[in-house]
Ligand binder design. Structure first.
Ligand code: DLL
Length: 433
């Protein structure tokens, strides 16, 4: 049994011992080395030297993205800069970025965590791993790259973009595992088909390790059908490491958390109270053995739940459900909470509608209006205006029934919605004020 396999099958109570040991060290480490934590633990009356059980973690205060931003650039480092080997940053759409730093040990853990996805896909040194997440400050490219190396794969550092070249390489190099965002995988598949290449038979893909953005079960099925491979969902974020915090196994029944490196809690995003397994809420993460950028109770804003029970694959690491969205991308339409993923789920039950869509938010007469713009499939007859009108109405009605709120639907011609090479931008907020 390889070391990796052994860890992934460790009895859960032993795993909890590993977590507790790591937690004790982490809370003391951040308290002694990061002024922010000293201040926030003292203010909350949390004594890092008194942690005796995993439950004691619940007494610690949270840390937020804003706290990390305020500490830019090096305020959250727990080691001297001379021990830091690599830096990544979040995209910082709101201005200041958050920084993730890695010691040599942290990089090793990262590679090891992503490599679990490759192991889940039965991948090894006989695989060619095609990485077309963007390389750079974004953690996707290098995270998957280190994973490929750690799993012993032949790793091709394509980065994102130049889609025709991606297709040539996929076709000629025998790539068996592809790592990129799900929307980019779909763009690659569609472009290959347009070029007269059938990715089902002319590519050699077995698995795709796709994440960094939400995608529906229907989207996954479309991808699997077009590329004739299995899609595994990978979750992660710059603030706690990058991709590999949790990855699906071939059961496709939740993402196994790397519990030897992360402690996960689910909280009610409004009250901050811990929620029991099975209930949806905000994921909060604590690093167990991170050296350069440890976090204690980081509020991810991602909405998921811990799946109760064991996975049929026999691995003991608990699973989170596929992400439903983020606390900050939930739309409140006329008082009803709606996630873009729910809109997508309804949309995808109509076979004439493609996977490409955007949701536009506007204001009319002081009220929020949500418009779904979705592309029709290329084989749809565009001259038949009446049938487009009918389909729009049908989708609108189904949305209303499923979401209890009115969503406008505008069906548009193929290739009129921008394609992305990285994370797809699905929601465009044009609201006033
Ligand atoms: O997106 C890390 C990553 C790279 C994950 C490649 C997976 C694959 P950030 O740019 O910091 O890091 O964005 C993190 O992306 O808080 C989620 O909201 C979202 N996200 C990441 N993975 C998933 C996923 C990378 N599998 C933010 N499903 C997170 C849904 C995801 N959303």
């Amino acid at each position: 049994m390889s070391k990796q396999t052994e860890i992934l099958h460790m009895p859960h109570d032993e795993l909890e011992k590993v977590q507790l040991e790591g937690l004790k060290k982490t809370v003391v480490n951040v308290y002694e080395n990061i002024p922010f934590y000293k201040e926030s633990f003292d203010a909350a009356g949390f004594d890092p030297y008194a942690v005796e059980t995993l439950d004691d973690l619940k007494k610690a205060p949270f840390v937020t993205k804003q706290d990390l931003r305020d500490a830019y650039p090096y305020g959250m480092l727990a080691v001297p800069l001379s021990d830091v080997r690599e830096i990544h940053m979040s995209s910082g759409t709101m201005g200041v970025a958050t920084v993730g730093a890695y010691t040599e040990h942290d990089l090793e853990v990262w590679g090891d965590c992503f490599a679990r996805g490759i192991e889940y896909a039965d991948g090894d040194e006989n695989d060619v791993c095609h990485v077309c997440y963007g390389y750079g400050l974004f953690t996707g490219g290098l995270g998957a790259h280190y994973g490929g190396l750690s799993a012993g794969c032949t790793t091709i550092p394509m980065s994102a973009g130049n889609t025709e070249r991606q297709i040539r390489v996929l076709k000629t190099m025998g790539s068996s595992i592809i790592c990129c965002t799900p929307s980019y995988a779909m763009h690659i598949a569609d472009t290959a088909i347009e070029m007269g290449i059938d990715p089902k038979t002319e590519f050699s893909l077995r698995a795709g390790i796709h994440g960094a953005e939400p995608f529906s079960d229907n989207f996954r099925r479309d991808l699997e059908e077009k590329l004739n491979y299995k899609v595994l969902d990978v979750y992660g974020l710059t603030e706690t490491m990058g991709p590999g915090v949790a990855i699906e196994c071939m059961e496709q029944d939740g993402l196994h958390l790397a519990e030897d490196h992360f402690i996960a809690e689910i909280i009610d995003p409004t009250t901050g109270e811990n929620l029991p397994d099975g209930e949806w809420g905000e994921l909060v993460l604590t690093t167990v053995d991170r050296e350069a950028s440890p976090v204690v109770r980081y509020r991810t804003r991602d909405i998921t739940r811990i799946l109760p029970g064991e996975c049929a694959c026999g691995r003991t690491h608990r699973r989170i459900d596929r992400l439903r969205g983020r606390t900050d991308d939930m739309l409140i339409v006329r008082g009803v909470n709606v996630f873009p993923s729910q809109i997508e789920d309804v949309m995808k039950t109509f076979p004439d509608v493609s996977s490409w869509y955007v949701i536009e938010l506007t204001t009319e007469n002081h009220l929020d209006v949500v418009t779904l713009k979705a592309e029709l499939n290329p084989d749809f007859n565009f001259d038949n205006i009446a049938s487009i009108d009918r389909l729009q109405k049908d989708i609108q009605e189904k949305m209303k029934a499923a979401l209890s709120v009115g969503i406008r639907v505008r069906l548009v011609e193929p290739k009129t919605i921008a394609r992305s090479e990285g994370k797809a931008k699905r929601v465009i907020d044009k609201r006033e004020g």
